[in-house]
Design a protein around this ligand. Sequence first.
Ligand code: UP5
Ligand code: MG
Length: 192
Amino acid sequence: RAPEGTIVIFVLGGPGSGKGTQCNKIVEDFGFVHLSAGDLLREEQRNPNSKDGDLINSYIKDGQIVPMEITVKLLSKKMRESKSNVFLIDGFPRKLDQAEYFGKNVVEPCLILFLDCDKEVMKQRLLKRGETSGRIDDNIETIEKRFKVFKEESLPVVEHYEKEEKVRKIPCNESVDEVYLKIRPIIEGLNK
Ligand code: UP5
Ligand code: MG
């Protein structure tokens, strides 16, 4: 388990809702350590010494959820190596069993920021990003699969934490700065 005093905030939301973008803004203002599960998986996929590269590639390309052992291992390693004890974890957990596993074996989150965005808005953002991102999942076919997986497998995670009253839902159709104006006070209020 993570050491006593470790604080974790999960930043969840559909593909293209703005998780990475908003986490970067939180880091600028508050200096937490941002861990994007998707970024860690992509980094591992590019690592020629990793035995999981091909497997990760095939799951991401198909918009499916990578087996959690791999993701939790990458997240835990980064947390151990970090000198900080406050973490923003973006895009994880994506499935109920992942939430339960992480809570039991690493740490329970204190807060869930749920970025709530219309599907059409997310789709346009991802297609636009796909023009330059080089991400193998930023194409219309995989984007549709990611939406389906999000709705069927990941939304129940948010509902689970709603029962624990840990979720702050942020409407995210507006501009980056407008969305952040709604997030900032929530983070500021954490220690009060
Ligand atoms: N943008 C952002 N906010 C905007 C705004 N308010 N107005 C206008 N434009 C805005 O933003 C997406 C794009 O929109 C960017 O171009 C941005 O400039 C613009 P971003 O901040 O990147 O959104 P984000 O929610 O982070 O979108 P992302 O595509 O990263 O979300 P996904 O959840 O789809 O991707 P992730 O990297 O988390 O996962 C990818 C895949 O990895 C998954 O499909 C899955 O196969 C695998 N995965 C796992 O298996 N397990 C995990 O735990 C994590 C990932
Ligand atoms: Mg992201």
